[in-house]
Unconditional design. Structure first.
Length: 525
């Protein structure tokens, strides 16, 4: 990691902050890197004033300019080469194959938002022309479109250092909507964050984009994040991380003199419902698939299936144990995740009526946890709310219910989730009832599959009712992620010369717009 300076990037200037020193840790070797220092309020002030200035330039930009800039950002990420993959792996233990795939997803997302910005239809331009002789009152000319909201603060998660990191989906979608972004770098992978900042810095220089459009404030102090969210220039927050962190920032944002939205994507236990007849006939394959999903990425996915809701089935139980024991142990991301997983194991084990079926060694401080399956009853689950908390790691809790009615009761007891899965081809009545519950509880419903693996496309919904997300309609993945960082403005009786391009009579952007209720690309008048 010879190219890493430990600096932060503020509006085109690389600086060494004076704050607390901190380290990132190689999960494979526990080797530490001491080169990082935390930013504080002084750096926040510089970044937000540059962002406020940049916003005045960005809000007047056309989508072509923003799209070209985002394409340059994706190119510069690729130009970093293997050092990015190696650094990401060294700071997370996720492996080079995963890092390679995640880089592709990250540049793919950025290019998708570049295309969205260039196409221009995301602004949802709508024009209702005047009816001067309408009785009893004339109708005015009204035109509405979406526009950026101003500087956005972004917090990424430790388990997706690229795709939900410095230049992940939140940053890409906020920039695409014409907003400057200030990223609070994750303290667990600062070297990776620095490389991404180098890529966007190079893209800014090459395209002449406003320097204040991006800043990376590195730091390992909670004050940095809280002061950033409190700053009056910040107009929205994109957060991916724990429920505790997301909730803390939501409360801070709500308590500001001007409350602002926090789009927080948080943890989830992603229930999987297993119909009794279905697992009798196809349970072996389902157990193999479920165990694979539980172990993927050492269980460190927000979509990891933490809960299997079923009736007693000794064969399925044995197959799950077999598959989880056969899977190799993976690495945990960092000591904090390690500590909280160890706490989760202790929590499960301390609850009477909750049994660790394949109990194995998990020594204090060990970065390679066992792939674990716990078992409890529906009765115990319903009276022990701690069993419904996320255990971030390769862990599944089987909730064995006394009947199908109790399976539904367990489903109804759950808080909001990112996903819910149903394996019940041979239990159609149960499937129907579970579906009705999941439609009210989750963002994505999966039939005969597993929740890990989030397709990036317009019909994806990655976000669900609280606490899986802070805003249940919002998605942090897919084209609609841009809507989180935009708002509508209506122009009434506004002279054509003053209107933004998307709303002008001659349709200079040649985009589809809703004109008097019909989609149209035509010139008006
Ligand atoms: P985290 O500990 O919440 O950290 C995320 C970021 O928020 C970090 O920059 C952290 O700062 C900051 N932060 C956390 N608490 C804060 C507070 N009270 N005040 C100010 N800043 C705060 O999350 P993580 O451990 O990195 O990520 C794992 C979690 O993310 C899991 O729960 C997982 O399910 C969830 N996740 C969700 C999604 C999704 O799309 N829903 C995707 C990936 C991960 P520091 O760096 O200083 O700690």
């Amino acid at each position: 990691m010879t190219d890493i300076t430990g600096q932060s990037l503020i509006a085109g200037e690389w600086i060494t902050p004076a704050g607390k020193e901190y380290t990132s840790i190689n999960p494979y070797t526990k080797e530490v890197f001491n080169a990082f220092k935390s930013c504080g309020v002084e750096e926040i002030e510089k970044a937000v004033s540059a962002a406020a200035y940049a916003y005045q330039q960005m809000r007047k930009m056309d989508g072509e300019t923003i799209g070209t800039f985002l394409e340059a950002v994706a190119d510069e990420i690729e130009a970093l080469g293997d050092i990015l993959l190696e650094t990401g792996d060294t700071e997370t233990g996720l492996g080079l194959a995963r890092m390679t795939g995640e880089r592709g997803r990250t540049t793919g997302q950025i290019r998708a938002f570049a295309a969205i910005a260039k196409k221009g239809e995301w602004v949802e331009a709508a024009i209702d022309t005047a009816i001067p002789d309408r009785a009893p009152l004339p109708k005015p000319d009204l035109r509405r479109m979406m526009t950026g909201i101003g500087p956005v603060a972004v917090f990424g998660a430790s388990n997706f250092p690229f795709a939900f990191g410095v230049l992940g989906g939140d940053t890409a979608s906020a920039l695409a909507a014409g907003n400057p972004v200030i990223v609070k770098g994750h303290s667990a992978h600062p070297a990776t964050s620095e490389l991404f900042a180098k890529a966007i810095d190079a893209a800014i220089q090459k395209t002449g984009f406003p320097k204040g459009a991006f800043s990376l404030l590195q730091g390992a102090n909670r004050e940095l994040g809280t002061e950033l969210v409190k700053h009056p220039v910040i107009q929205a927050v994109g957060f991916t991380g724990s429920e505790g962190g997301g909730r803390a920032l939501m409360d801070i944002a709500a308590a500001r003199p001007q409350p602002i939205p926090v789009y927080a994507e948080m943890g989830s236990i992603n229930p999987v419902f297993l119909g009794p007849n279905t697992i009798k006939s196809t349970g072996d394959g389902i157990a193999a698939g479920l165990a694979g999903s539980v172990c993927m990425g050492t269980g460190q996915f927000c979509t990891s299936p933490g809960l299997a809701i079923m009736l007693e089935d000794a064969n399925f139980e044995a197959k799950m144990v077999e598959a989880l024991d056969a899977a190799p142990r993976g690495y945990l991301l960092n000591p904090r995740i390690q500590g909280s997983l160890q706490d989760a194991f202790k929590r499960f084990e301390s609850i009477e009526g909750c049994e660790w079926l394949n109990k194995a060694d998990f020594e204090e401080g060990s970065m390679t946890p066992p792939n674990a399956v716990f078992k409890t009853t529906g009765d115990v689950f319903l009276k022990e709310p701690e069993l419904a908390e996320e255990a971030f790691g390769p862990v599944n809790l089987m909730v064995v219910c006394k009947d199908e009615v109790q399976m539904l009761e367990v489903g109804n007891s759950l808080k909001g989730q990112l996903t819910g899965s149903i394996h019940a081809d041979e239990d159609p009545e149960l499937a129907k009832a579970v579906l009705a519950i999941l439609e009210q509880k989750v963002g994505r419903i999966i039939f005969n599959g597993y929740p890990t693996g989030v397709e990036v496309c317009p019909s994806q919904q990655h976000g669900g009712p609280y606490p899986s997300s802070s805003v249940s309609w919002a998605t942090s993945v897919g084209a609609d992620a841009i809507r989180r960082f935009a708002r509508f403005v209506s122009y009434q009786a506004t002279p054509d010369a003053f209107l933004p391009s998307a709303l002008k009579n001659d349709n200079p952007l040649n985009i589809f717009r809703k004109v008097n209720g019909e989609m149209s690309q035509a010139k008006i008048g």
